[in-house]
Design a protein around this ligand. Structure first.
Ligand code: ZN
Length: 245
């Protein structure tokens, strides 16, 4: 299957909702931190990315998140993010549901964005409830230690979903509603292995819609999808956006 097949499918099956995972951001130099290789390989997620680890030793967890915050904050959107924003502008993509926390869809211009794993946009103080914006947190991180609330001294928590934490209810509720409304759910750069996002394609199919997949490598939903385009997200989606221009 090629980009032109996918472009025709998107045009004929509206509304289309996009569901994106780590694969759309790898071309922005952001490795999937669950992958066994790359810069995050030395950090065991159980030790650095669970809510239990954060509650037990937030300083240690921040030693990991500080690196991620800086890397993510410096990253720029790629062709995949730009193509999805363009398709939304033309009324061909209703919304983007993403597992990514990197803000790149927003920076590319996507308006209807559902971040089911939260994002690095803000941190929260669990002591007094204060919210801190990314740039403020990065300034607090400059001192080299975990960022603390300026009002009460509590170590801040990133508003990203850590392992062992519940997903933000409102976001996941909206994601399910969008999946049900979609005539086409366009899955990009996700292997669909992490629940509950992995359940969204089933939600679409149960409601009578179809699922198309753009991914490098197999996904858990390949056998059920009406179309699979094997390839890099940026290449495939920019070709699709051009065909639909
Ligand atoms: Zn506070």
């Amino acid at each position: 299957m090629t980009a032109s097949d996918l472009a025709a499918l998107i045009r004929s099956r509206q509304p289309c909702v996009a569901l994106t995972g780590a694969g759309v951001s790898t071309e922005s130099g952001i490795p999937d931190f669950r992958s066994p290789t790359g810069v995050w390989a030395q950090y065991d997620p159980m030790e650095y990315a669970t809510i239990q680890a954060f509650d037990g030793d937030p300083e240690k967890v921040w030693s990991f998140y500080a690196l991620r915050f800086h890397a993510l904050a410096e990253a720029v959107p790629n062709d995949a993010h730009r193509a999805l924003a363009e398709l939304e502008n033309r009324g061909l993509v209703r919304a983007v549901v993403t597992q990514n926390i990197d803000l790149l869809h927003e920076r590319a211009g996507t308006h209807e964005l559902v971040e089911v794993h939260g994002s690095i946009r803000t941190c929260i103080c669990r002591g007094c409830g204060a919210t801190y914006e990314l740039e403020h947190v990065r300034r607090l991180l400059d001192g080299g230690s975990a960022p603390r609330c300026e009002a009460c001294g509590t170590i801040l928590k990133p508003n990203v979903v850590m392992f062992g934490e519940l997903l933000p209810f409102e976001a996941i509720d909206r994601a399910y509603a969008l999946a049900r409304e979609a005539s086409l759910l366009l899955v990009v750069g996700s292997t669909l292995e992490v629940t509950p996002v992995s359940l969204l394609p089933w939600e679409t199919v149960r409601a009578g819609g179809s699922v198309a997949i753009v991914n490098l490598g197999p996904t858990a939903f390949d056998d059920q999808a009406v179309m699979k385009v094997e390839g890099r997200a940026g290449e495939v989606l920019s070709a699709v956006a051009e065909l639909l221009a």
